[in-house]
Design a protein around this ligand. Structure first.
Ligand code: FAD
Length: 465
Protein backbone atom coordinates (compact mmCIF):
# COMPACT_ATOMS: atom_id res chain seq x y z
CA UNK A 1 0.00 0.00 0.00
CA UNK A 2 1.43 3.43 -0.96
CA UNK A 3 2.07 5.71 2.01
CA UNK A 4 2.06 9.51 2.18
CA UNK A 5 2.54 12.00 4.98
CA UNK A 6 -0.51 14.02 3.91
CA UNK A 7 -3.56 13.12 1.80
CA UNK A 8 -5.44 16.07 0.35
CA UNK A 9 -8.97 15.15 -0.73
CA UNK A 10 -10.34 17.43 -3.44
CA UNK A 11 -8.37 19.37 -6.03
CA UNK A 12 -10.24 22.71 -6.08
CA UNK A 13 -8.49 26.00 -5.19
CA UNK A 14 -8.20 24.75 -1.61
CA UNK A 15 -6.90 21.26 -2.40
CA UNK A 16 -4.66 22.01 -5.37
CA UNK A 17 -3.01 24.92 -3.54
CA UNK A 18 -2.40 22.67 -0.51
CA UNK A 19 -0.77 20.06 -2.79
CA UNK A 20 1.63 22.61 -4.29
CA UNK A 21 2.53 24.36 -1.03
CA UNK A 22 3.18 21.05 0.76
CA UNK A 23 5.46 19.99 -2.10
CA UNK A 24 7.28 23.35 -1.84
CA UNK A 25 7.91 22.51 1.83
CA UNK A 26 9.20 19.04 0.90
CA UNK A 27 6.27 17.23 2.51
CA UNK A 28 5.24 13.95 0.88
CA UNK A 29 1.63 14.73 -0.03
CA UNK A 30 -0.89 13.27 -2.48
CA UNK A 31 -4.00 14.92 -3.94
CA UNK A 32 -7.17 12.94 -4.74
CA UNK A 33 -9.54 14.47 -7.29
CA UNK A 34 -12.61 12.68 -8.65
CA UNK A 35 -13.32 15.13 -11.51
CA UNK A 36 -10.68 17.65 -12.64
CA UNK A 37 -8.05 19.76 -10.89
CA UNK A 38 -9.30 23.31 -10.33
CA UNK A 39 -12.60 22.20 -8.75
CA UNK A 40 -15.69 24.38 -9.02
CA UNK A 41 -13.66 27.59 -9.30
CA UNK A 42 -11.75 26.81 -12.47
CA UNK A 43 -14.22 24.43 -14.12
CA UNK A 44 -17.74 25.63 -13.21
CA UNK A 45 -17.41 28.80 -11.13
CA UNK A 46 -15.13 31.82 -10.99
CA UNK A 47 -13.31 31.34 -14.28
CA UNK A 48 -16.05 30.36 -16.79
CA UNK A 49 -18.34 33.06 -15.37
CA UNK A 50 -15.65 35.71 -15.66
CA UNK A 51 -15.01 34.72 -19.30
CA UNK A 52 -18.74 35.34 -19.90
CA UNK A 53 -18.64 38.59 -17.90
CA UNK A 54 -15.85 39.80 -20.19
CA UNK A 55 -17.87 39.09 -23.34
CA UNK A 56 -21.08 40.56 -21.88
CA UNK A 57 -19.25 43.75 -20.78
CA UNK A 58 -17.54 44.04 -24.14
CA UNK A 59 -20.83 43.70 -26.01
CA UNK A 60 -22.47 46.28 -23.73
CA UNK A 61 -19.55 48.66 -24.15
CA UNK A 62 -19.59 48.39 -27.94
CA UNK A 63 -23.32 49.16 -27.93
CA UNK A 64 -22.81 52.14 -25.59
CA UNK A 65 -19.91 53.61 -27.55
CA UNK A 66 -21.70 55.73 -30.10
CA UNK A 67 -21.59 58.96 -28.12
CA UNK A 68 -17.77 58.79 -28.11
CA UNK A 69 -17.76 58.78 -31.93
CA UNK A 70 -16.92 55.12 -32.43
CA UNK A 71 -19.49 53.48 -34.70
CA UNK A 72 -19.48 49.72 -35.00
CA UNK A 73 -22.30 48.51 -37.15
CA UNK A 74 -24.00 45.14 -37.03
CA UNK A 75 -22.90 44.29 -33.49
CA UNK A 76 -24.17 40.88 -32.43
CA UNK A 77 -23.27 38.06 -30.11
CA UNK A 78 -22.66 34.57 -31.46
CA UNK A 79 -23.60 32.69 -28.28
CA UNK A 80 -22.03 29.41 -29.34
CA UNK A 81 -18.72 31.18 -30.06
CA UNK A 82 -18.99 32.91 -26.67
CA UNK A 83 -19.44 29.54 -24.95
CA UNK A 84 -16.50 28.12 -26.93
CA UNK A 85 -14.36 31.03 -25.75
CA UNK A 86 -15.40 30.29 -22.16
CA UNK A 87 -14.46 26.60 -22.60
CA UNK A 88 -11.07 27.53 -24.07
CA UNK A 89 -10.33 29.81 -21.11
CA UNK A 90 -11.23 27.01 -18.67
CA UNK A 91 -9.12 24.49 -20.59
CA UNK A 92 -6.12 26.82 -20.61
CA UNK A 93 -6.24 27.37 -16.84
CA UNK A 94 -7.00 23.79 -15.84
CA UNK A 95 -4.32 22.36 -18.10
CA UNK A 96 -1.95 24.98 -16.64
CA UNK A 97 -2.54 23.60 -13.13
CA UNK A 98 -2.18 20.03 -14.45
CA UNK A 99 1.15 21.02 -15.99
CA UNK A 100 2.32 22.50 -12.67
CA UNK A 101 1.47 19.20 -10.98
CA UNK A 102 3.34 17.18 -13.62
CA UNK A 103 6.44 19.40 -13.55
CA UNK A 104 6.54 19.44 -9.76
CA UNK A 105 5.89 15.68 -9.70
CA UNK A 106 3.08 16.03 -7.19
CA UNK A 107 1.22 12.73 -6.87
CA UNK A 108 -2.32 13.20 -8.19
CA UNK A 109 -4.77 10.32 -7.95
CA UNK A 110 -7.78 10.88 -10.18
CA UNK A 111 -10.17 8.71 -8.20
CA UNK A 112 -13.06 9.31 -5.84
CA UNK A 113 -12.36 8.82 -2.14
CA UNK A 114 -15.23 6.78 -0.76
CA UNK A 115 -14.05 5.88 2.73
CA UNK A 116 -11.48 6.95 5.32
CA UNK A 117 -10.61 4.43 8.00
CA UNK A 118 -8.90 5.51 11.20
CA UNK A 119 -6.11 3.20 12.46
CA UNK A 120 -3.85 3.49 15.49
CA UNK A 121 -0.95 4.78 13.34
CA UNK A 122 -2.75 6.90 10.75
CA UNK A 123 -5.52 6.67 8.18
CA UNK A 124 -6.40 4.38 5.26
CA UNK A 125 -7.87 6.23 2.27
CA UNK A 126 -10.12 3.95 0.22
CA UNK A 127 -10.96 5.01 -3.31
CA UNK A 128 -13.07 3.34 -5.98
CA UNK A 129 -9.86 1.67 -7.24
CA UNK A 130 -7.35 1.22 -4.43
CA UNK A 131 -6.16 1.92 -0.86
CA UNK A 132 -3.52 4.33 0.46
CA UNK A 133 -2.08 5.11 3.86
CA UNK A 134 -1.38 8.56 5.32
CA UNK A 135 -0.59 10.34 8.60
CA UNK A 136 -2.59 13.54 8.03
CA UNK A 137 -5.65 14.44 5.96
CA UNK A 138 -6.79 17.73 4.49
CA UNK A 139 -10.46 17.61 3.47
CA UNK A 140 -11.16 20.04 0.62
CA UNK A 141 -14.25 18.52 -0.99
CA UNK A 142 -16.05 21.83 -1.57
CA UNK A 143 -19.72 22.61 -2.05
CA UNK A 144 -22.62 22.26 -4.49
CA UNK A 145 -25.73 24.27 -5.42
CA UNK A 146 -28.60 23.96 -2.96
CA UNK A 147 -32.17 22.84 -3.62
CA UNK A 148 -35.01 23.42 -1.16
CA UNK A 149 -38.34 21.68 -0.70
CA UNK A 150 -40.12 21.43 -4.03
CA UNK A 151 -37.62 23.73 -5.79
CA UNK A 152 -35.39 21.24 -7.62
CA UNK A 153 -33.05 21.38 -10.62
CA UNK A 154 -33.95 19.42 -13.75
CA UNK A 155 -30.98 20.53 -15.87
CA UNK A 156 -33.31 21.53 -18.75
CA UNK A 157 -35.67 24.28 -17.62
CA UNK A 158 -34.72 24.74 -13.97
CA UNK A 159 -30.97 25.19 -13.97
CA UNK A 160 -28.16 25.25 -11.44
CA UNK A 161 -25.18 27.60 -11.80
CA UNK A 162 -23.39 24.65 -13.39
CA UNK A 163 -26.18 23.78 -15.87
CA UNK A 164 -26.46 27.37 -17.11
CA UNK A 165 -22.80 27.25 -18.17
CA UNK A 166 -23.65 24.57 -20.73
CA UNK A 167 -26.58 26.23 -22.51
CA UNK A 168 -26.29 25.98 -26.27
CA UNK A 169 -28.71 28.82 -27.05
CA UNK A 170 -29.60 32.09 -25.38
CA UNK A 171 -33.05 31.84 -23.83
CA UNK A 172 -35.54 34.58 -24.59
CA UNK A 173 -36.16 35.11 -20.88
CA UNK A 174 -34.52 34.03 -17.63
CA UNK A 175 -35.91 34.13 -14.08
CA UNK A 176 -33.22 34.03 -11.43
CA UNK A 177 -34.31 32.72 -8.04
CA UNK A 178 -31.91 34.19 -5.47
CA UNK A 179 -30.34 37.64 -5.62
CA UNK A 180 -27.01 36.75 -4.01
CA UNK A 181 -23.64 37.12 -5.71
CA UNK A 182 -23.99 34.17 -8.12
CA UNK A 183 -27.60 35.00 -9.07
CA UNK A 184 -26.79 38.67 -9.68
CA UNK A 185 -23.69 37.84 -11.76
CA UNK A 186 -25.66 35.57 -14.09
CA UNK A 187 -28.57 38.06 -14.22
CA UNK A 188 -26.12 40.76 -15.28
CA UNK A 189 -24.39 38.58 -17.91
CA UNK A 190 -27.62 37.38 -19.54
CA UNK A 191 -29.26 40.80 -19.50
CA UNK A 192 -26.21 42.29 -21.24
CA UNK A 193 -26.41 39.51 -23.85
CA UNK A 194 -29.99 40.54 -24.64
CA UNK A 195 -32.10 38.18 -22.49
CA UNK A 196 -35.13 39.48 -20.53
CA UNK A 197 -34.11 38.88 -16.93
CA UNK A 198 -35.98 38.92 -13.61
CA UNK A 199 -34.58 38.33 -10.13
CA UNK A 200 -36.70 37.03 -7.25
CA UNK A 201 -35.11 37.54 -3.84
CA UNK A 202 -36.62 36.65 -0.52
CA UNK A 203 -34.64 39.29 1.48
CA UNK A 204 -35.27 43.08 1.20
CA UNK A 205 -32.04 43.67 -0.80
CA UNK A 206 -29.92 42.04 -3.49
CA UNK A 207 -26.37 40.98 -2.39
CA UNK A 208 -27.60 41.52 1.14
CA UNK A 209 -24.23 40.87 2.81
CA UNK A 210 -22.89 44.08 1.23
CA UNK A 211 -23.08 47.57 2.72
CA UNK A 212 -26.66 48.78 2.43
CA UNK A 213 -25.79 51.69 0.12
CA UNK A 214 -23.94 49.35 -2.22
CA UNK A 215 -26.73 46.81 -2.52
CA UNK A 216 -29.29 49.59 -3.01
CA UNK A 217 -27.13 51.16 -5.73
CA UNK A 218 -26.74 47.81 -7.52
CA UNK A 219 -30.49 47.41 -7.45
CA UNK A 220 -31.03 50.89 -8.96
CA UNK A 221 -28.49 50.22 -11.69
CA UNK A 222 -29.90 46.80 -12.53
CA UNK A 223 -33.38 48.28 -12.77
CA UNK A 224 -32.00 50.95 -15.10
CA UNK A 225 -30.78 48.10 -17.30
CA UNK A 226 -34.34 46.74 -17.32
CA UNK A 227 -33.75 43.79 -15.02
CA UNK A 228 -37.00 43.21 -13.12
CA UNK A 229 -36.36 42.83 -9.42
CA UNK A 230 -38.80 41.35 -6.91
CA UNK A 231 -37.46 41.57 -3.35
CA UNK A 232 -39.19 40.27 -0.19
CA UNK A 233 -40.65 37.61 -2.48
CA UNK A 234 -40.54 33.83 -2.29
CA UNK A 235 -41.10 31.31 -5.05
CA UNK A 236 -43.67 28.84 -3.71
CA UNK A 237 -43.88 26.56 -6.70
CA UNK A 238 -42.31 25.98 -10.10
CA UNK A 239 -44.79 24.81 -12.72
CA UNK A 240 -43.19 23.40 -15.86
CA UNK A 241 -44.85 23.55 -19.27
CA UNK A 242 -43.41 22.41 -22.62
CA UNK A 243 -41.83 25.70 -23.64
CA UNK A 244 -41.87 27.75 -20.45
CA UNK A 245 -41.82 27.71 -16.68
CA UNK A 246 -44.39 29.47 -14.50
CA UNK A 247 -43.26 30.63 -11.08
CA UNK A 248 -45.89 30.99 -8.36
CA UNK A 249 -44.76 33.79 -6.07
CA UNK A 250 -45.52 34.43 -2.40
CA UNK A 251 -47.19 37.71 -3.45
CA UNK A 252 -49.93 35.68 -5.15
CA UNK A 253 -48.64 36.68 -8.59
CA UNK A 254 -47.16 34.40 -11.26
CA UNK A 255 -44.21 34.95 -13.56
CA UNK A 256 -43.24 33.20 -16.81
CA UNK A 257 -39.78 32.55 -18.16
CA UNK A 258 -38.20 30.25 -20.71
CA UNK A 259 -35.50 29.18 -18.24
CA UNK A 260 -35.04 29.45 -14.50
CA UNK A 261 -31.70 29.73 -12.73
CA UNK A 262 -31.96 28.66 -9.13
CA UNK A 263 -29.15 30.13 -7.04
CA UNK A 264 -30.37 30.04 -3.47
CA UNK A 265 -27.05 29.15 -1.90
CA UNK A 266 -24.52 26.36 -1.72
CA UNK A 267 -24.20 23.43 0.62
CA UNK A 268 -21.12 21.43 1.67
CA UNK A 269 -20.14 18.25 -0.15
CA UNK A 270 -18.54 15.41 1.77
CA UNK A 271 -19.90 12.08 0.64
CA UNK A 272 -17.10 10.08 2.26
CA UNK A 273 -17.78 7.34 4.80
CA UNK A 274 -15.78 7.90 7.99
CA UNK A 275 -14.86 4.64 9.68
CA UNK A 276 -13.70 4.73 13.31
CA UNK A 277 -14.10 8.50 13.82
CA UNK A 278 -16.61 11.30 13.43
CA UNK A 279 -16.33 14.95 12.49
CA UNK A 280 -18.19 17.71 14.29
CA UNK A 281 -20.30 19.69 11.84
CA UNK A 282 -22.54 22.72 11.95
CA UNK A 283 -25.38 22.67 9.39
CA UNK A 284 -23.28 20.22 7.37
CA UNK A 285 -20.15 22.43 7.35
CA UNK A 286 -17.13 20.89 9.07
CA UNK A 287 -16.22 22.74 12.27
CA UNK A 288 -12.58 23.87 12.42
CA UNK A 289 -10.35 25.77 14.84
CA UNK A 290 -8.26 28.81 13.73
CA UNK A 291 -5.57 26.42 12.37
CA UNK A 292 -8.29 24.65 10.36
CA UNK A 293 -8.05 21.47 12.46
CA UNK A 294 -11.23 19.48 12.92
CA UNK A 295 -12.07 17.73 16.18
CA UNK A 296 -9.58 15.05 15.01
CA UNK A 297 -6.12 16.67 15.41
CA UNK A 298 -4.68 15.10 12.27
CA UNK A 299 -7.60 15.94 10.02
CA UNK A 300 -7.89 19.48 8.65
CA UNK A 301 -10.71 20.95 6.57
CA UNK A 302 -10.45 23.92 4.21
CA UNK A 303 -12.46 25.81 1.62
CA UNK A 304 -16.20 25.81 1.08
CA UNK A 305 -16.50 22.69 3.25
CA UNK A 306 -15.81 24.90 6.30
CA UNK A 307 -18.56 27.38 5.32
CA UNK A 308 -16.38 30.42 6.03
CA UNK A 309 -16.73 33.11 3.37
CA UNK A 310 -17.13 30.62 0.50
CA UNK A 311 -14.68 32.11 -1.99
CA UNK A 312 -11.78 30.65 -3.94
CA UNK A 313 -9.20 32.94 -2.33
CA UNK A 314 -10.44 31.96 1.15
CA UNK A 315 -9.89 28.29 0.22
CA UNK A 316 -6.39 28.86 -1.14
CA UNK A 317 -5.33 31.02 1.84
CA UNK A 318 -6.60 28.36 4.23
CA UNK A 319 -4.58 25.79 2.26
CA UNK A 320 -1.41 27.85 2.74
CA UNK A 321 -2.11 28.20 6.45
CA UNK A 322 -2.55 24.42 6.91
CA UNK A 323 0.66 23.79 4.95
CA UNK A 324 2.50 26.14 7.33
CA UNK A 325 1.04 24.39 10.35
CA UNK A 326 2.14 21.01 8.95
CA UNK A 327 5.59 22.31 8.03
CA UNK A 328 6.06 23.28 11.65
CA UNK A 329 4.54 20.07 13.00
CA UNK A 330 6.32 17.63 10.66
CA UNK A 331 9.62 19.42 10.05
CA UNK A 332 9.87 21.83 12.97
CA UNK A 333 10.27 24.63 10.41
CA UNK A 334 8.64 28.02 10.02
CA UNK A 335 7.87 30.74 12.54
CA UNK A 336 4.33 29.58 13.20
CA UNK A 337 1.30 30.02 11.03
CA UNK A 338 -0.28 33.37 10.24
CA UNK A 339 -3.92 33.83 11.17
CA UNK A 340 -6.85 34.52 8.87
CA UNK A 341 -9.27 37.29 9.73
CA UNK A 342 -12.27 36.33 7.63
CA UNK A 343 -13.90 39.78 7.73
CA UNK A 344 -10.77 41.27 6.11
CA UNK A 345 -10.95 39.01 3.05
CA UNK A 346 -12.02 40.99 -0.03
CA UNK A 347 -15.31 40.10 -1.71
CA UNK A 348 -15.96 40.74 -5.39
CA UNK A 349 -19.23 40.65 -7.31
CA UNK A 350 -18.78 40.71 -11.08
CA UNK A 351 -22.03 42.40 -12.02
CA UNK A 352 -22.31 45.44 -14.23
CA UNK A 353 -21.29 47.65 -12.47
CA UNK A 354 -19.09 45.41 -10.36
CA UNK A 355 -18.58 45.53 -6.59
CA UNK A 356 -15.44 45.17 -4.49
CA UNK A 357 -15.61 45.28 -0.72
CA UNK A 358 -13.48 44.49 2.29
CA UNK A 359 -13.90 44.78 6.05
CA UNK A 360 -17.01 45.92 7.84
CA UNK A 361 -20.13 47.51 6.42
CA UNK A 362 -21.27 50.82 7.92
CA UNK A 363 -23.86 48.99 10.04
CA UNK A 364 -21.39 46.37 11.29
CA UNK A 365 -18.75 49.02 12.08
CA UNK A 366 -21.28 51.06 14.12
CA UNK A 367 -22.29 47.93 16.00
CA UNK A 368 -18.68 47.02 16.74
CA UNK A 369 -16.96 50.37 17.26
CA UNK A 370 -19.75 52.80 18.12
CA UNK A 371 -18.59 56.06 16.61
CA UNK A 372 -17.41 55.93 13.02
CA UNK A 373 -16.74 58.35 10.16
CA UNK A 374 -17.63 57.61 6.56
CA UNK A 375 -16.27 59.14 3.38
CA UNK A 376 -17.80 58.77 -0.06
CA UNK A 377 -16.76 59.81 -3.55
CA UNK A 378 -18.76 59.39 -6.75
CA UNK A 379 -17.08 58.22 -9.96
CA UNK A 380 -19.13 60.89 -11.76
CA UNK A 381 -16.57 63.43 -10.41
CA UNK A 382 -13.50 61.34 -11.24
CA UNK A 383 -11.51 62.37 -14.34
CA UNK A 384 -10.56 58.88 -15.53
CA UNK A 385 -14.13 57.58 -15.09
CA UNK A 386 -15.51 60.53 -17.10
CA UNK A 387 -12.87 60.10 -19.82
CA UNK A 388 -13.72 56.40 -20.07
CA UNK A 389 -17.46 57.09 -20.25
CA UNK A 390 -18.14 54.90 -17.22
CA UNK A 391 -19.16 57.00 -14.24
CA UNK A 392 -21.61 54.73 -12.44
CA UNK A 393 -21.02 54.16 -8.73
CA UNK A 394 -18.83 55.33 -5.86
CA UNK A 395 -16.17 54.52 -3.28
CA UNK A 396 -17.15 54.47 0.39
CA UNK A 397 -14.74 54.17 3.29
CA UNK A 398 -15.56 53.40 6.91
CA UNK A 399 -13.22 54.72 9.60
CA UNK A 400 -13.25 54.03 13.34
CA UNK A 401 -13.45 57.48 14.95
CA UNK A 402 -11.39 56.72 18.05
CA UNK A 403 -8.35 55.20 16.32
CA UNK A 404 -8.66 56.55 12.77
CA UNK A 405 -8.25 52.97 11.49
CA UNK A 406 -9.82 52.02 8.16
CA UNK A 407 -12.45 49.39 9.02
CA UNK A 408 -14.18 48.95 5.69
CA UNK A 409 -14.02 49.90 2.02
CA UNK A 410 -16.88 49.40 -0.41
CA UNK A 411 -16.69 50.18 -4.10
CA UNK A 412 -19.32 49.87 -6.80
CA UNK A 413 -18.35 51.01 -10.27
CA UNK A 414 -15.64 50.63 -12.91
CA UNK A 415 -12.80 48.27 -11.92
CA UNK A 416 -14.12 48.02 -8.34
CA UNK A 417 -12.95 44.39 -8.21
CA UNK A 418 -9.36 45.43 -9.02
CA UNK A 419 -9.32 48.58 -6.87
CA UNK A 420 -10.45 46.83 -3.70
CA UNK A 421 -6.96 45.34 -3.22
CA UNK A 422 -5.96 48.82 -1.99
CA UNK A 423 -8.57 48.62 0.76
CA UNK A 424 -7.35 45.12 1.68
CA UNK A 425 -3.80 46.37 2.07
CA UNK A 426 -4.90 49.38 4.15
CA UNK A 427 -6.99 47.23 6.49
CA UNK A 428 -4.51 44.36 6.75
CA UNK A 429 -1.62 46.71 7.50
CA UNK A 430 -3.77 48.62 10.03
CA UNK A 431 -3.46 51.91 8.17
CA UNK A 432 -5.05 54.89 9.85
CA UNK A 433 -6.38 58.00 8.20
CA UNK A 434 -3.40 60.11 9.36
CA UNK A 435 -0.80 57.75 7.88
CA UNK A 436 -2.73 57.71 4.62
CA UNK A 437 -2.50 61.50 4.29
CA UNK A 438 0.91 61.19 2.67
CA UNK A 439 -0.29 58.63 0.13
CA UNK A 440 -0.37 59.97 -3.45
CA UNK A 441 -2.74 58.50 -6.04
CA UNK A 442 -1.65 58.81 -9.66
CA UNK A 443 -3.68 61.07 -11.95
CA UNK A 444 -5.85 60.40 -13.82
CA UNK A 445 -6.83 57.07 -12.30
CA UNK A 446 -9.98 55.57 -10.84
CA UNK A 447 -8.00 55.04 -7.62
CA UNK A 448 -8.06 58.79 -7.02
CA UNK A 449 -11.68 58.19 -5.97
CA UNK A 450 -10.29 56.20 -3.01
CA UNK A 451 -8.08 59.15 -2.03
CA UNK A 452 -11.04 61.53 -2.30
CA UNK A 453 -13.30 59.21 -0.27
CA UNK A 454 -10.63 59.14 2.47
CA UNK A 455 -10.45 62.94 2.37
CA UNK A 456 -14.23 63.17 2.38
CA UNK A 457 -14.27 61.42 5.77
CA UNK A 458 -12.90 64.78 7.05
CA UNK A 459 -15.02 66.86 4.62
CA UNK A 460 -11.87 67.70 2.66
CA UNK A 461 -12.49 66.08 -0.72
CA UNK A 462 -11.36 68.56 -3.37
CA UNK A 463 -13.79 67.60 -6.13
CA UNK A 464 -16.93 67.42 -4.00
CA UNK A 465 -19.34 70.12 -2.89
P1 FAD B 1 -14.25 23.13 -4.84
O1 FAD B 1 -13.80 24.12 -5.80
O2 FAD B 1 -15.72 22.83 -4.76
O3 FAD B 1 -13.46 21.80 -5.14
C1 FAD B 1 -13.72 20.61 -4.48
C2 FAD B 1 -13.14 19.48 -5.31
O4 FAD B 1 -13.21 18.27 -4.56
C3 FAD B 1 -13.92 19.22 -6.60
O5 FAD B 1 -13.05 19.26 -7.70
C4 FAD B 1 -14.50 17.82 -6.42
O6 FAD B 1 -14.55 17.08 -7.62
C5 FAD B 1 -13.51 17.18 -5.43
N1 FAD B 1 -14.09 16.13 -4.59
C6 FAD B 1 -15.21 16.20 -3.84
N2 FAD B 1 -15.42 15.03 -3.20
C7 FAD B 1 -14.39 14.22 -3.55
C8 FAD B 1 -14.05 12.87 -3.21
N3 FAD B 1 -14.80 12.17 -2.36
N4 FAD B 1 -12.94 12.32 -3.75
C9 FAD B 1 -12.15 13.06 -4.61
N5 FAD B 1 -12.45 14.34 -4.98
C10 FAD B 1 -13.54 14.90 -4.44
N6 FAD B 1 -15.25 32.50 -5.76
C11 FAD B 1 -14.44 33.57 -5.90
O7 FAD B 1 -13.55 33.77 -5.08
N7 FAD B 1 -14.59 34.44 -6.95
C12 FAD B 1 -15.55 34.26 -7.89
O8 FAD B 1 -15.66 35.06 -8.81
C13 FAD B 1 -16.41 33.14 -7.77
N8 FAD B 1 -17.36 32.91 -8.70
C14 FAD B 1 -18.14 31.81 -8.59
C15 FAD B 1 -19.12 31.58 -9.55
C16 FAD B 1 -19.92 30.47 -9.47
C17 FAD B 1 -20.97 30.24 -10.52
C18 FAD B 1 -19.75 29.54 -8.40
C19 FAD B 1 -20.62 28.31 -8.30
C20 FAD B 1 -18.79 29.75 -7.43
C21 FAD B 1 -17.98 30.89 -7.51
N9 FAD B 1 -17.01 31.15 -6.55
C22 FAD B 1 -16.22 32.26 -6.67
C23 FAD B 1 -16.82 30.27 -5.38
C24 FAD B 1 -15.63 29.32 -5.59
O9 FAD B 1 -15.80 28.59 -6.78
C25 FAD B 1 -15.52 28.38 -4.40
O10 FAD B 1 -15.44 29.14 -3.23
C26 FAD B 1 -14.26 27.52 -4.51
O11 FAD B 1 -14.29 26.72 -5.68
C27 FAD B 1 -14.15 26.61 -3.29
O12 FAD B 1 -12.98 25.86 -3.41
P2 FAD B 1 -12.81 24.46 -2.67
O13 FAD B 1 -11.43 24.01 -2.95
O14 FAD B 1 -13.26 24.55 -1.27
O15 FAD B 1 -13.85 23.46 -3.35
Amino acid sequence: MKKFEVAVIGGGPGGYTAGIRLQQYGINAVVFEKARLGGVCLNWGCIPTKALVKIADLYQEVKDREQSGVFISDTKVDFQATMNYKDEVVEKLVSGIEYLYKRREIPLIEEEVIEIKSESDGYIIITSESEYKCDYIILATGSKPKEIGNLKFDGQQVLSSRDILSLSELPESLAVIGGGVIGCEFASIYQQLGVKVSIIEFLPNLVSMEDNEISKRLQIMMKKRKIKIYTKTNVNEIEKQDDKVILHLSTGKTMEAEKVLMSIGREPVCEIKFNGFELIKDRGFVTVDPELRTNNRRIFAIGDLTGKLMLAHTASKQAMLVAEVLNRELRGEGEGAFSINYSDIPRCTFTSPCIGSVGLTEYQAKEKYGEIETGKFMFSANGKAIASGNTEGFVKVIIEKKTGLIRGMHIIGPEAVEMIAQGSIMINLSADINKLKSLVFAHPTLSEAIGEALEDSENLAIHKM
